[in-house]
Design a protein around this ligand. Structure first.
Ligand code: MN
Length: 262
């Protein structure tokens, strides 16, 4: 069944971690102030900087705080969540505790009588062949089951190791990286066209690339619009301008809401 609402706020790539307290605070404020005003909220992945299993969150004061913010929001509005490439191990315990509903990546949603395809975005980065191989492996259920059986300390050090390699590196300095690297780590026209064709849609919303923009694109006869969600970072003013934004959809159309100014 396609989620259908009159209004929605979409966010992604908050990368919540205790070491980014200003970003976390902006997220908590969003849950209290802006988010309840929409009929539905969609979190398109990478809500957390990393997630090594639902059992870890029981003992994490920070993750408990995030849980409380989401559970409180869930009493006011409907929350949907799509796995990102950093928090794809979020499981049924955390979902149940927060009241979020998991959607598959990709999914189709209907907001104000318009159909949109939503995705985290990493599966569309098909020019990065190494990453796609890595992704296919880590998304195998049997491998995830094995990983989740490892002691927590081991899981944390594996996650640290993966975060420090190029496949999962946080693209904070994406705009400063080389042109070739930017093409490799961006979505491809072919992948977007194919996805939209499969779902008979011409509107795509995703995060992951940290390159927020509204694009009008085409490939051959096929034309579509693509909105990229912003990542959030209020904790590194020395390397990047503070940013936090949401995409708002209602009968007025689609627009970005700057949560730094809000
Ligand atoms: Mn991502």
């Amino acid at each position: 069944m396609i989620p259908q609402y009159a209004s929605a706020l979409l966010i992604s790539d908050i990368h919540l971690t205790p070491s980014m307290p200003l970003t976390a605070q902006r997220f908590f404020d969003f849950c209290e102030k802006q988010a309840p005003q929409a009929e539905s909220v969609f979190i398109l992945g990478d809500l957390f900087e990393y997630w090594v299993g639902d059992d870890a969150f029981i003992n994490s004061p920070f993750q408990q705080e995030v849980k409380r913010a989401l559970a409180n929001l869930a009493t006011k509005t409907k929350i949907y969540y799509v796995h990102g490439n950093r928090d794809f191990l979020i499981g049924s315990t955390f979902l149940k505790n927060t009241g979020m509903t998991l959607l598959s990546d990709p999914s189709v949603i209907d907001i104000a009588n318009q159909k949109y395809v939503i995705a985290h975005g990493d599966s569309l980065c098909t020019a990065d062949i190494g990453y796609q191989v890595f992704r296919r492996w880590v998304r195998k259920p049997w491998l995830q089951k094995l990983f989740l059986k490892l002691p927590l300390g081991w899981r944390r050090s594996i996650a640290d190791h993966l975060r420090s390699n190029s496949y999962t590196k946080y693209q904070r300095a994406a705009s400063a990286s080389s042109q070739r690297n930017r093409i490799r780590t961006n979505v491809t026209l072919q992948a977007c066209a194919e996805l939209l064709k499969q779902h008979s849609s011409n509107q795509l919303i995703h995060g992951h690339t940290h390159l927020p923009a509204h694009h009008h694109e085409h490939l051959g006869e096929q034309a579509w619009q693509r909105w990229v969600l912003s990542d959030w970072d209020l904790d590194h003013p020395e390397s990047t301008a503070p940013r936090a934004s949401a995409l708002q959809i209602d009968s007025q159309g689609v627009r970005y809401v700057d949560l730094i100014k809000a």
